[in-house]
Ligand binder design. Structure first.
Ligand code: ATP
Ligand code: MG
Length: 569
């Protein structure tokens, strides 16, 4: 991938302006920064979600825009929750988003020895100590936001004793939790993060990358900033909850023999309505079986979005539009869906599919005959050309497009009424045939052969145009319709998170019919089903049994719901 590609979504000319870019621009202008170096630093303890996409767009975007580079660094300091599976998946998701770290793939775990040496450095300088207090006692000593903490009785251990105990912690002499290493800063600090934070804990656990080499591991706080410094990161961009950690990171950088001094800047994380963006919550959704897996198309994970058919360019566009600020806000899912529609409208080929088929017999169309009608592939893109759609005596239309006794505002098909069949003919309904139970099973209709292509030579108008497929020359298919995973804009705001799950988030339709041009569509390839929405074949699709996912409907059906103030449409 070229430099230009990595800049997609954040072109410099459009001057995507935000406070981070202002800082970088000023640093470059003043010569404080030579080459801009940023990093995207996931913990490999879950799959990436659209919130991570915001961070990636910012970090990779800023680097590309200012001619610098962006590293992919795994902050893999917690062996308990981390797995190889996540490391692989995260890399493929970052690539899917269109970003390229080139040779700059790093792991905090590669720095374990350096971090250990630096911890010893702090011990020698009298700026850290081994504490024998239990986790609970440490918590009790920490004080509160209004009351200062209390010094640990082990705080003034002599340097030699500290070094000896730390070495024995490393050699495996003590069980988990027996001792920790703490920075010696200030137990009375107004900032809780400076009240002698823990730097190392004993953990007899194998690490996905370092195996059994270590039985004590640095905390995230001790590893993160130092890894930035080792990599030469100039602008260490993170989310707002780390603002209070910045004084600690700065203290460590000042007190350690680090090769460079990164500056940290905090921005507001993405919060998106009708979903959750916390790995813990996403893991819970999968573990409790509320979704089919990490790549369930209802999940806000990049895997889920991908399977649902959301193009990465729509994710980048969304991230660009929401911008980067310091205010925590809730972004409406409708905003994201708008970005999907806008992109797919330009790129997706149009096809006809009937999701809930109702058979139509065209009585005056010759039996056993059929013809090919020309249909436009994409009205937004003439270069996409046209295709042939087979038309015949028996077709399917959407069950919803017919009403026996239509109310005033229903303009589609009804007994005695004429409508247009897209790219085909005018069609008039003569009779609705019912089964013994009174259910409509078939419509008997006639067509006007003079209206081929969809226009009447005498200029008469119809009020509706319906999509359709030939009964015989169409393929049966399964179509999965997705809706918001949660029915509340802020799930769990007023009680149990899982109580807010949307029971109608998935509708599986097994009786759909597709026009033949959809045969062999590859998983993920976006298509517009005319009048219905954007869809793409699911990875489970086969030639015998096509399976499509709805990416997004053509219109925002929830806008009406919001307008009315609640309830499902
Ligand atoms: P979670 O809070 O879901 O456990 P995390 O923030 O711990 O996620 P990391 O793997 O540490 O996940 O995230 C990697 C990077 O992505 C970090 O820089 C983090 O700040 C950023 N990030 C995570 N969630 C969001 C979000 N919702 N919006 C913007 N950036 C995010
Ligand atoms: Mg994190």
């Amino acid at each position: 991938m070229s430099e230009a590609d990595t800049a997609v979504g954040t072109p410099a000319e459009e001057g995507a302006r935000d406070f981070i870019r202002e800082v970088v621009r000023a640093d470059l202008a003043a010569g404080r920064t030579g080459t801009v170096v940023t990093r995207f630093p996931p913990e490999p303890n879950g799959y990436l979600h659209i919130g991570h996409a915001k961070s990636m767009c910012l970090n990779f975007g800023v680097a590309a825009e200012f001619g610098g580079r962006c590293h992919l660094r795994f902050d893999d300091t917690n062996p308990i929750k981390e797995e190889h599976e996540y490391i692989e998946a995260i890399q493929s998701d970052v690539r899917w988003m269109g970003f390229d770290w080139k040779t700059h793939l790093y792991f905090a775990s590669d720095n374990f020895q350096t971090l250990y040496d630096w911890a010893e450095h702090l011990l020698r300088e009298g700026k850290a100590y081994v504490d024998d207090l239990s986790a609970e006692e440490i918590r009790d000593h920490r004080g509160t936001l209004t009351a200062p903490g209390k010094d640990s009785p082990y705080r003034s251990r002599p340097v030699e004793e500290n070094l000896d105990l730390f070495a024995r912690m490393r050699s495996g002499e003590f069980p988990d939790g027996a001792r920790v290493l703490r920075a010696k800063i200030d137990m009375a600090s107004g900032n809780m993060n400076l009240r002698d934070p823990v730097l190392y804990r004993i953990l007899h656990a194998a690490h996905p990358r370092t195996g059994e080499a270590w039985c004590l591991y640095p905390t995230y706080d001790f590893a993160h900033g130092q890894s930035d410094a080792i990599e030469g990161v100039t602008h260490s961009i993170c989310t707002l909850e780390f603002e209070d950690h910045r004084p600690l990171y700065d203290w460590l950088i000042e007190n350690l023999p680090v090769p460079s001094a990164p500056r940290q800047y905090e921005f507001a994380r993405l919060n998106l309505s009708y979903t959750v963006l916390s790995k813990r919550r996403l893991i819970q959704l999968v573990a409790e079986g509320h979704v089919a897996g990490w790549d369930d198309p209802r999940m806000p994970t990049l895997r889920g979005l991908r399977r649902r058919g959301v193009p990465p360019a729509a994710v980048r566009d969304f991230c660009q539009r929401i911008g980067v600020t310091k205010n925590d806000t809730l972004v409406d899912m409708a905003h994201f869906e708008h970005c999907m529609r806008e992109l797919l409208n330009k790129t997706a080929l149009r096809r006809m599919a009937v999701l809930r088929p109702l058979k139509v017999v065209i009585e005056n169309y010759p039996e056993g005959e059929s013809e090919a009608l020309e249909a436009v592939n994409n009205p937004e893109d003439p270069s996409a050309g046209t295709r042939a759609v087979p038309f015949s005596r028996e077709i399917y239309i959407e069950r919803d497009d017919f009403m026996e006794d239509p109310p005033k505002k229903f303009f589609r098909l009804a007994p005695g009424r004429e409508v247009r069949l897209r790219y085909a003919y005018f069609l008039t309904c003569r009779e609705a045939v019912k089964d013994a139970a009174g259910e409509i099973v078939e419509l008997r209709c006639t067509y006007d052969p003079a209206t081929r292509g969809g226009n009447a030579p005498d200029g008469r108008k119809v009020k509706a145009t319906l999509h359709w497929v030939s009964a015989e020359q169409s393929m049966p298919a399964e179509v999965r319709l997705y809706d918001h995973l949660f029915r509340e804009p802020v799930p769990g705001a007023s009680g149990e998170l899982m109580d807010d799950l949307n029971p109608e988030s998935l509708t599986v339709l097994t009786d759909c019919r597709l026009e033949p041009a959809l045969a062999g569509a590859a998983p993920g390839q976006p298509v517009q089903f005319e009048r219905l929405g954007y869809f793409c074949p699911d990875p489970e699709t086969t030639a015998e049994r096509p399976v499509f996912n709805r990416t997004v409907a053509l219109r925002d059906t929830w806008a009406r719901v919001r307008g009315k103030g609640g309830g499902k449409p």
